[in-house]
Design a protein around this ligand. Structure first.
Ligand SMILES: [Cu+2]
Length: 327
């Protein structure tokens, strides 16, 4: 907490303090009211983004303070009254070299960690799991190509939120979804991202993982993350895509490996039964298979619900500095 108070967004905090506003630090996985700074980092890339942000902010504040003090000094020392006969000096070699070289050094000092971060973001480690996200107007489809699992992710309406609340599950307006993406903790997830061929550009974003990539029709873009904290991480489409742009959130739930295995099992079975139902000619048998599929999907949802309940019990979502606690 102290580290974040001292380092994270010092300029923003300073402005907020000047304005007399209360500074609330961001929660994990979702935005919180009056939030300052980033949402808690839950992946190596997000952690590095935060470090880089803090570092650049320190430079920004230092330069701002330096220039402000310099201006105040000039106003005091060289005003007409204090300095009636101004100097005629127009060039000063050492000073000119200094104010050229020092900014260059500052830019180099920023460029080195910046390129290091870019390299981390774009050098993909070996994936434990591949996820495919496709943006539609206006919802997402998520698929696990290696496992044959695919489902649509749509935002929950008020009735859906009430249903979650009735089960003592966290319900977040405009962020909670019907089908969450489930991933195991501490595994590398590569995400392939695209958009409907006849659609528009979207953007698959999860701030907690430092992932933000455009979903472009006819192109495959990608990102990767390695979730280090269990819980649910929300994101929103971040590319203006039309009327319901604000209503196509993404929710990634990070769970223990065995929970993930249970979910995958039920989803795979549901998929197979669904395929069998599609091929079945007999009406009655097909009906029976479709019912089985529904039960299996419900079982998968039950696994997620159980994990969500446990996670909600462990973590209070808002107003805690979970990033610091997680370290
Ligand atoms: Cu969109």
């Amino acid at each position: 907490m102290l580290r974040r108070l001292l380092c994270s967004a010092p300029a923003a905090a300073f402005v907020m303090l000047l304005l007399g506003a209360s500074v609330a630090w961001a929660a994990m996985g979702q935005p919180s009211p009056g939030e300052m700074g980033f949402q808690g980092a839950a992946s190596p890339v997000a952690e590095e983004i935060h470090k880089f942000y803090d570092f650049v902010n320190i430079i920004i504040v230092a330069i701002t303070v330096f220039v402000m003090l310099l201006l105040l000094y000039v106003m005091y020392r060289f005003n007409e009254r204090a300095n009636p006969t101004p100097s005629k000096v127009t060039h000063h070699t050492i000073l000119e070299v200094a104010w050229t070289v020092v900014p260059i050094l500052i830019l180099v000092a920023i460029a080195i960690p910046s390129f290091r971060l870019l390299n981390l973001q774009y050098s993909y480690p070996k994936a434990d799991l591949t996820l495919k996200a496709t943006g539609y107007q206006w919802y997402w489809e998520h698929a696990y190509p290696e496992l044959g699992i695919a489902f649509e992710t749509r935002m929950l309406d008020d009735a859906g939120l009430e249903e979650l609340k009735a089960q003592s599950l966290p319900a977040v307006r405009n962020l909670s979804v019907d089908n969450e993406v489930i991933v195991p903790v501490n595994k590398v997830v590569t995400v392939l991202i695209t958009a409907a061929p006849d659609g528009v550009i979207h953007d698959w974003t999860i701030p907690g993982f430092g992932s933000k990539v455009d979903a472009v029709p006819g192109r495959v873009t990608s990102t990767w993350f390695k979730p280090t904290v269990e819980g649910v991480f929300y994101g929103q489409c971040s590319e203006l895509c039309g009327k319901d742009h604000a209503f196509m959130p993404i929710a990634v739930r990070v769970v223990k490996e065995e929970v993930y295995a249970g979910w995958v099992d039920a989803m795979k079975q549901a998929n197979e039964v669904g395929k069998a139902a599609g091929a079945e000619k007999d009406k009655e048998k097909r009906k029976e298979l479709l019912k089985q599929k529904k039960d299996l999907l419900e079982k998968a949802k039950g696994v997620v619900r159980q994990a969500a309940l446990e996670q909600a019990g462990v973590r209070k979502f808002a107003k805690t500095d979970d990033a610091t606690q997680a370290k």
